[in-house]
Design a binder for this molecule. Sequence first.
Ligand code: SF4
Ligand code: SF4
Length: 311
Amino acid sequence: MKELKDKLIAALKKSAADIVCCGSIDRMSDPAVKKLFPEARTVICVAFRQLRGTRRGVEEGTVFYQYSTGVETLEEVMIPGALLRGCAVLEEAGFEALPQRRILLVTNDENETNFEVDHTEVFRGKKEETLLNFEQCAVDCGLGEIGMSGSVLTDDFGPGQRWGFIITDAELPADEVAAPHLCDRCGECVKACPGHALAADGKRNSWQCAAYYKGANRTRNPFMPPDAFADDPERLAIIAGEADLSPERAKEVINQINFYPPNKHAFVASMCGRACDTACYVHLEEKGVLKRKFKTMFRKRPVWKLSLEGK
Ligand code: SF4
Ligand code: SF4
């Protein structure tokens, strides 16, 4: 089976995957895996780097489209394409292979949203849909550890990767699970959020996050016109990133943020550029714990902030 695993990894890397790791079925803690494929023997995690350069525009306050189009291209093009290629290698060898990409437009929970996509396009409370816990399955495959922010952190890219899975009845050699060693609970992810959407323990309020991911904080959104939220009694708190938004209020706020063209496939153009993850990356890079080194550090200047004076 090692030969088949090597062949699979080679095909996936040819399809631009950066990290491929396998977990045996007996250590997959997410019950959804067996529900999806009762005869499964192995789960293969296929991860792709998020280019560091796609964060540069938000970092400098110059161009905001590249971060979210990077996410969109990985999720809609690169990952599904590579998974199909990898599945074909396994099926060619006589094993069944089920590709699993993130399903961003369906939630099991009635009250949650997915901050990366348009909330009006999310189908909530679909308990009948079996959704993998992407973070837990990635850890069980050996990709990395879950940081305080909820993002998976790897030695290669810190919080900067996206991934999918192949579930198969082929019994491939497993990789080791990574012992947690990257997240030191520094709290930089919590501090970096422009809308305090992460609690002190890192727990995410998905609706608050959705509003500020899309740009409700004026100090981090150069496209916000002066009359934004003009009739909203909480206007100042919203644009300062200080409002506490219930799901209903968050929807009202999000629906008024139309200052920048949306992406396709329901992806929202992100104004924060996932600042929580960027801060985490900066922290891990400064600590020197990431394997992929660059000639220069990512953060070259203090984080920019627009004034609220006269707003
Ligand atoms: S920023 Fe710090 S606390 Fe947050 S996930 Fe990264 S290492 Fe952990
Ligand atoms: S920084 Fe952005 S993605 Fe992260 S929690 Fe805050 S709003 Fe959400």
